[in-house]
Design a protein around this ligand. Structure first.
Ligand code: SF4
Length: 179
């Protein structure tokens, strides 16, 4: 029997919506389980991924921990896919890029509406924020970009099947129009 393809996923600065959409492939997960083995993913309890064939990465890069996790993930995955708008271009978290980091912190923790007990977190254990939220391709080499916010379950299914079969993914128009 052929060795199973190993797939891992991780989330950086995202909302986990892309992962939820992946799980929406529903009963097709059972078909997938016949041919793939999941490393780090929502389906397993693995914290650090080992060598994998395909890595799916959700979310952009907003702090030093994201950079570390992304570099480690890249080093373990033969094929790395940026999944969704946040990974591809920073997405919603990148809206803070229109402002200075200092102003964002002041608004969130000191001057903003509803803040009682103003205090900007400065515990040394907290990862340092980057000046801007970055798309993942600015930090590591990305092999493929899966569009959407989130990509639909059918996009995940189409994309993964192509990669598993060794083809470049080619999404039909009905899967990539958003009107
Ligand atoms: Fe959430 Fe959309 Fe970002 Fe995916 S692309 S993590 S669904 S905001």
């Amino acid at each position: 029997m052929a060795a199973k393809i190993k797939i891992a996923t991780t989330s950086l600065a995202g909302c986990f919506g892309c992962h939820m959409s992946f799980l929406d492939i529903d009963e097709r997960l059972l078909k997938l389980a016949d041919i793939v083995e999941f490393d780090r993913s929502p389906l397993t309890d693995i914290e650090h991924c080992g060598p994998c064939d395909i890595g799916l990465i959700e979310g952009g890069v907003c702090n030093s921990e994201n950079v570390h996790v992304l570099r480690e993930f890249r080093s373990h995955c033969k094929i790395l896919v940026a999944v969704g708008a946040c990974a591809i271009n920073g997405g919603l978290p990148a809206l803070r890029n229109f402002f200075k980091l200092e102003d964002c912190l002041l608004e969130a923790y000191q001057d903003g509406i509803g803040v009682d007990n103003p205090q900007i977190p400065n515990d040394p254990e907290l990862p340092l924020l980057l000046d801007k939220v970055r798309p993942v391709h600015e930090i590591v080499k990305i092999d493929y970009f899966m569009p959407g916010c989130p990509p639909s379950a059918d996009v995940f299914w189409t994309y993964l099947n192509a990669l598993i079969e060794g083809r470049d993914p080619n999404l039909p128009y009905e899967l990539v129009h958003y009107d």
